[in-house]
Ligand binder design. Structure first.
Ligand code: ZN
Length: 283
């Protein structure tokens, strides 16, 4: 099942249309994705039993490229991100992966829809293609065995990064440098976990102006998805709708020789196999 935020309302995306969840369920389920995600199994059962007809006709490809898509969760209580979670990316940044997951925050006001544009805020504005985990049931002290069941599903994310602010001092300032306006496009929709047998077996690709810069697999993560969920939940309670960016593979602009950074007008296209594509413009 694919759950999107279209025009600010939670919908289920079908091949040739979408179902407005609150309307089709006569209010049994809420119109915001965040409120649904803790009840994802109930929603999945309802959808299978009722097989509701689309409330609006639109081809899935057309919706995927549309600006009507908002962030998959509008106002999550927390957005975590993992730094240096691919060895080849750590190496291109001149760093070694830490012994436990390196966690920072992206602040909620930087969330954007799948096809949003973002500003060039410094001469070193960079891209990072990432798998994003969408928390379902959540909880505290989640074991690695129970970790995937605590999630609602997965989506594509761009961890847009202002390297000037991120690296302005020592120690580095990750959270603010990655939280400018629209620096967290996520989407195009949440693909529920039942359709993703192994989140660490997905191809992840990023093109900038039609040049392939990133082409890896989520198998190459240092800390795989269950370990990330377990680690974060050992400190912070994970709540329905929380998002976790899982780190970028190699091929970011900073890692090129010489480095390449985004300029106004550039197009960043980020795809994860089976989850969809983000199309973002630098303003
Ligand atoms: Zn990142």
């Amino acid at each position: 099942m694919r759950i999107a935020n279209v025009d600010g309302r939670a919908v289920i995306v079908l091949e040739t249309g979408f179902v407005d969840i609150a309307r089709a369920s006569n209010g049994r389920f809420a119109s915001s994705t965040r409120e649904l995600l803790g009840r994802i199994d109930e929603l999945t059962s309802w959808f299978a039993d009722e097989a509701p007809t689309p409330t609006e006709a639109i081809e899935r490809d057309e919706l995927e490229a549309s600006r009507r898509l908002g962030p998959v969760v509008e106002a999550p209580s927390q957005i975590f991100a993992v730094g240096l979670n691919y060895r080849t990316h750590a190496a291109e940044m001149g760093l070694t992966p830490p012994p436990q997951p390196m966690i920072f925050a992206k602040f909620a006001s930087c969330l954007a829809g799948a096809n949003a544009s973002f500003p060039i805020v410094s001469p070193r504005t960079d891209w990072e293609a990432e798998l994003v985990l969408v928390v379902g049931r959540g909880g505290r002290d989640i074991t690695t065995d129970a970790a995937l069941d605590a999630l609602a599903g997965y989506c594509v994310g761009q961890d847009v990064s202002d390297r000037d602010l991120q690296m302005a001092g020592s120690p580095a300032q990750f959270s603010l440098g990655k939280s400018h306006r629209n620096f967290a496009p996520v989407g195009p929709w949440i693909t529920t976990r039942d359709e993703v047998p192994d989140p660490n077996d997905l191809e992840i690709v990023c093109h900038v102006n039609d040049v392939t810069f990133q082409d890896s697999t989520t198998h190459d993560m240092v800390f795989h998805v269950p370990e990330i969920v377990s680690y974060v939940s050992s400190v912070c309670e994970l709540r329905p709708g929380d998002l976790i960016f899982t780190g970028s593979p190699h091929g970011v602009g900073q890692g090129q020789k010489p480095p390449v950074f985004l300029r106004s007008g550039d197009r960043v296209v980020t795809t994860i196999a089976g989850l969809g594509t983000l199309r973002n413009h630098a303003e």
